[in-house]
Design a protein around this ligand. Structure first.
Ligand SMILES: Nc1ncnc2c1ncn2[C@@H]1O[C@H](COP(=O)(O)OP(=O)(O)OP(=O)(O)O)[C@@H](O)[C@H]1O
Length: 263
């Protein structure tokens, strides 16, 4: 039998996570196919970050599996993601304060450096060829995000929106096959969000993307498929149009808003 649906890059199945007596995720699944942007949304406390952390290897589920290209990941750890060609950005910027924007992006290209970025940045080992090649690549990544002129600056001296772009450049500089984005729009507004949306759509043409995000306009405009969590369960999954028309989703957000209102 032939199928038009590509095999997923990432497939999480039956994920259950408990923190003491609290069930943060209950039998949750999602998958990301190449060239698609999958959104993960839900009210506060729904379990989005927990699922992001399971996929990243930060949290180990009590049950369920995470598979990468059809192979279940058993010793799944965050520092192994780059080797699998999975990149992620976190809610915080996580830029190295003592390195310039360019050097930060070069760290993201570590997978491509034969001697490792450490050798390259410290000058130890055989690094000259790597250094030139990766510097060029990192500059190109900064230019792609319109922040090439920030290359020599330390992160703390740059506006927040520029730091965010540097963090995105670092995430994609090594050409990942899957990009995990945890609330990339947080702290951004106006044209920075518009530019972020364009960037995420651009990533979607080159790689699979999993986007955890509160900013609904962004999610609805960039995602091919959306999974909605509430109280640790998947309550809906579908296209942006299907999710916008889903009564259970509207109820979940309305309920959350009423709780916020009562608080
Ligand atoms: N390390 C932890 N220990 C105990 N409880 C936790 C832990 N991490 C998350 N939780 C709880 O698990 C539930 C899901 O939290 P999670 O952060 O995954 O939700 P979220 O959808 O990302 O929320 P938000 O949108 O507010 O970031 C919440 O009730 C939260 O309090």
């Amino acid at each position: 039998m032939t199928t038009t649906t590509p095999d997923p890059l990432l497939a999480a199945e039956g994920i259950t996570v408990r923190f003491g007596g609290l069930t943060a995720l209950s039998d949750v699944g999602l998958s990301v196919a190449p060239g698609t942007v999958v959104g993960l949304i839900g009210p506060n406390g729904a379990g989005k970050t927990t699922l992001f952390n399971v996929v990243s290897g930060v949290v180990r589920p009590q049950s369920g599996t995470v598979a990468w290209k059809g192979r279940v990941l058993r010793a799944h750890r965050p520092h192994r993601l780059a080797g699998l060609r999975i990149a992620r950005t976190l809610q915080g910027l996580n830029l190295f304060p003592g390195l310039t924007a360019l050097e930060n992006v070069m760290v993201g290209a570590d997978r491509l450096a034969r001697g490792g970025t450490f050798a390259m940045l410290t000058g130890l080992g055989h690094y000259h060829g790597d250094e030139r090649r990766l510097r060029g690549r990192a500059m190109a990544a900064l230019a792609e995000f319109g922040v090439a002129d920030a290359a020599r600056a330390l992160p703390a001296t740059l506006p927040f929106g520029v730091q965010k772009r540097v963090a995105l450049a670092r995430a994609v500089v090594a050409d990942p096959e899957l990009l995990l984005l945890d609330e990339p729009a947080s702290g951004l507004s106006g044209e920075d969000i518009t530019a972020l949306g364009e960037a995420v759509r651009g990533f979607g043409a080159r790689m699979g993307v999993l986007l955890v995000e509160h900013h609904m306009d962004l999610v609805m405009s960039v995602c091919d498929h959306i999974v909605v969590l509430n109280f640790g369960r998947v309550i809906a999954a579908g296209t942006p149009a299907e999710i916008q028309a889903d009564a259970a989703v509207a109820q979940a957000y309305l309920g959350a808003a009423e709780e916020d209102f009562d608080a």
